[in-house]
Design a protein around this ligand. Sequence first.
Ligand code: ITT
Length: 191
Amino acid sequence: MGSKREIVFITTNSHKVKEIKALADSESRNITIVHRNYEYPELQLEGIEEVVKASANYIRKKMAIKNPFFIEDSGLFIHALYGFPGTFSAFVFKKIGNEGILKLMADKKGEERKATFKTAVAFCESQNKEPVLFVGTAQGKIAEEICGSGGFGYDPIFEFEGKTFAEMSTEEKNSVSHRSRAFRKLLDYLS
Ligand code: ITT
């Protein structure tokens, strides 16, 4: 068995770490995820790809991270609300939470409840290399009510094939989620 390669994941969100570590272990690709709980600036840009790229460039130029590292930015895009909360997902979650989103969606039926979860991962091999981006999406809908106690953030209102993400185990969510789809692309790139 070859030696494991260490990749640093920079995030303040421990739920993301749990999902990514479970995924890295289950894929057995000789990658060890090392978590660093650092905050970094997130510019308010047009899309999450632009946001994550700007943040990764900030980190590689201003913070002394020795190992290859990645960060990720995720957002919930509700079709009937023209992509809201999108890049404002963290702010909106803090301000109005899942109850607030359900209120905004009160008059929306069927297809109108469609939503996309999106993750953009930015990986930096070294301090002098531009970040490489990987994007993953999950198509679902906004549930009629809060359901489930697992996961985090918008999971209790994001329904995927009849179940919310909060009703799924980490493994189940990882088999279909936006984050797992983006992260698997990074694993493919690394191997
Ligand atoms: P870092 O930026 O430090 O990684 P964060 O929690 O601020 O952590 P994001 O900006 O990517 O992460 O998250 C935006 C919002 O979307 C935030 O409120 C999260 O709780 C929520 N979110 C992200 N991924 C999610 C997921 O898989 N399921 C449910 N909600 C999610």
